[in-house]
Design a protein. Sequence first.
Lengths: 381, 227
Amino acid sequence: MSLSGYILRNAFRNKRRALLTAGSVAVSLFLFVTLQVAMREMTIPPEDAGASLRIAVRNKISLANTLPARQLPLIEKLPGVVAVMPLTFFGGKFKDDESLGFAQFGVDPGKFLALFGEAKIPADQLEAWRTSRDTCIVGKTTADRYHLKAGDRVTLVGTIYPADLELRIAGIYSGTIDDTNMWFHHAYLDEAMGNWGRVGMWWLRAESAGAVPGLLDRINAAFANTSAEVRAETERAFQMSFVSMWGNISILINSICSVVVFTLALVTASTMSMTVRERFRELAVLKALGFRRHQLIACILAESFGLAAAGALAGVGTAAVLFGSGTMTKIFGGMFPAFELTPRIAALAFLIAFLIGVAAIILPARSVTRMSVVEGLRTID
Amino acid sequence: MPPSDPIVSIRKLSKIYRQGEIDVTALDAVSLDIAAGEFLALMGPSGSGKSTLLHIIAGIDRPTSGECFVQGVDVARLNESELADWRNRNVGFIFQTFNLIPVLTAAENVELPLLLTGLSGAQRREMVAAALELVGLSERLHHLPRQLSGGQEQRVAIARALVTDPRLIVADEPTGNLDSESAHDVLEILSSLSRDAGKTVIMVTHDPKAAAFGTRSLHLEKGRLTT
């Protein structure tokens, strides 16, 4: 038998307690990493390879204000622009959804892949979409969620615009960071709105990342002092403007995480205190046999670490499997398209487990240090 | 008459406990010599100080004043770490309630003190087997304490006390929790350790029959030796 064997036997002396403690660590750390991943995705939205080339142009007053469609030829002529298309958020309700189940946008199908080249869609479906004004394409996540397929007819009830859209699904796309959206012909929306001549935004692709800063300035300048001044910004900056709408979400989530970690530390400390209190007499015997204080504390620490590490492995491991399989993305209905457990968050969870393992034995270790052999031997089992 | 070659030499040893505002004298200027190979029975009523004396000799308690030399070392002057090492090498402990670790087998319990010695696993196993054979438990190596009788548990405890081959064995009421037959077996073993193996055995007991196994008996009363 080795000392590690002795520690292992002790760790499983009360199997139920060991499992419950490791389980509480696992559940708490799973919750911790889930919250951290959600917060990361809210505050640092994921982006694909083409994001650095995309520019969003919106009304300078606010996102709620539309832009005149006549701006298109002016933008197209600007040096450094590869492609530009209108992009209008429709915000319609689908079926019996209480709230917006997925986002729908009116775009130019002819330019769509020039801007969102990551989207993978069969050529025949793409062609079907491009050639029929009343068609749309749907992201795979949403298609799976609502059991939609090519050929299905869907109705979007307008909540922002006074129009309902009857659409036929031409195809299902995948491969983008966010496969939840529906894209339809902007021209179809124009028609439904009585050819109103407005667009929600312009979305364009620059010829290179280096050209982006200059292009932003040129676009803003092109419409300065007009009736529809614009604000051009990178896709990242545009996304971050949404993040600011979350307000102090980081503080809220971090507060919840702190409470989770603190509670976890109390649970683990309580377990280790009980464990040591029950073994006070045994520890006194070990001291009498010649074991030194630091050796006894090392045994307790190893046991505490073992429980915390087992819990962390279970919690973070479950998170890695669930997040990796896309289960969480489905559970959240596409709200978090990537939901990726990053090495940094996983490492943070293990660090917390490590610190909890140490913190949990501070009080028991103090008792062991102060305990005299005689006093310990008098302890009633 | 003091022994000529003492393994334990105690001079004016006192121990005073503080209980709240009251000082309680557990040992009052005790002087005593114990010869190597002696089987000493310490007797006396509860609270007479016999266990306290045993604990100081074994290096698990400290005196308030006086000297306690064991094998030429004043144990009262050793620090915690030195004392731990010294106990591991020089003292074997036997307790009334056996104090075996319930999750370890008989062999593993006996092996515990050897984990601190730096011996190889094979050497440790050899010594454990020899110690358990000495107490007649060769067939119970892999039994957990709950699978043993009280007498067998105490014999495992004796094997654990012997396994490091200490010169001094201290036993605090070793037969207190045993039936008469098991108690007799345990006392026979302790007696033979003293007689045949030259171990010095100091045993605290209430039982005059147990004390009769010793080569000498001493009585304590209110912290003083009376005989």
